[in-house]
Ligand binder design. Sequence first.
Ligand SMILES: [Zn+2]
Length: 407
Amino acid sequence: MDSILSVERELYALSEKFNRFDSTNGQQLVHTLETLRSTQRELDQVRKSGAALTPAQTFSLMKTVQGLSEVVSTFGTVHRDLHSSVSKVGKAIDRNFVTDYDSTSREDIFKAADQQKRLNEVILQHFYRHGQLEISDTLAQEAKLEDAHVIKDRFQELNAVVEALAEKRLGPALEWASKNSSDMHRAPEASSRAVTRLQSSSLEMKLHKLRFIDLLVEGKCLEAVGYARHYFPQFVKSHEKEVQALMGALMFASSGKTLEDSPYAHLLDTMLWQDIVEHFVKDACALMGLSIESPLSVVINAGCIALPALLNIKQVMQQRQVAGVWNPNAKDELPIEIDLGPECRFHSIFACPILRQQTTEQNPPLKLTCGHCISKDALTKLTSGHKLKCPYCPVEQNPQDARQITF
Ligand SMILES: [Zn+2]
């Protein structure tokens, strides 16, 4: 932010200078041109008449030429001044923004064909998610992604529902929910089945709730009663409190009072509509086996957070001449830990307290018999013969007894 501000300052100074130039020198320029033209006209007349220049004419001509060269020299100075201001802006940009990101990137990552394909698919999915169909189609064509139409169809449906919800039309979303509720119940993993069923029923419940509230607001209480009879019984078990609140709101509305003044005013909150869109996208993505956020935006956001720290460490390493220690092409690991914030934490990681490095598949975390956890590398280093002394609670044990743990 500071960098942007300091460049903006230079730009402001430059535009001030240009404005000043316009107001003072512009007038002078017009005047000079005027004089030149009138001199030219005079000279033309003299040439046509064929007579020689009178001494007075010669004198005025010399005067004009002299004035002209003065103007040219002042303009030269002004021009030099302006030019230096323009180059100052360029220098400010160079000074405040890093232009060389090479050191923080790895070019080999997208060299192989299947890696490139995966990258294209991620970009494609991002565009489809955001309903940018034209650009996605072109990308699918140019990148020769054959199965692009499969995700396209699903996202097209999703976008249509989201658009309808934005206009407060519940029809398409309700249709989607009832059509897909059986799919949700048939979730592939047995363990997640219960969760998805709960989610899907809660989406349906939320949709019915909004429709019900709409009916109340429109004053169609009888219709609302019918609606509740038809749709709510299936949700009474899982959403008892919500159904109770809705019935309470119905009592208020049918007694002729407006909901705004009732204890149920919160049911009219416009946030409920925003909430339903998020909920729907979440459910729809889960059904398609996709993450809620677009993977492309997750990666780019994470990169934007990490980049300043990476550039910083590169600079420090160059200054201390230890740049060779971190060769990003050789390691899958960063030289420092960068906190990306809670929204970028997807799963737990374990850093070995002894070696201070993140555990990997080759170097997994191990639980010792005393309950302390260290990495496999640390265990190997600490083991002497068939004995290992825990570095924390010096319990002596057999390193073979350590168990690998998974987070
Ligand atoms: Zn221990």
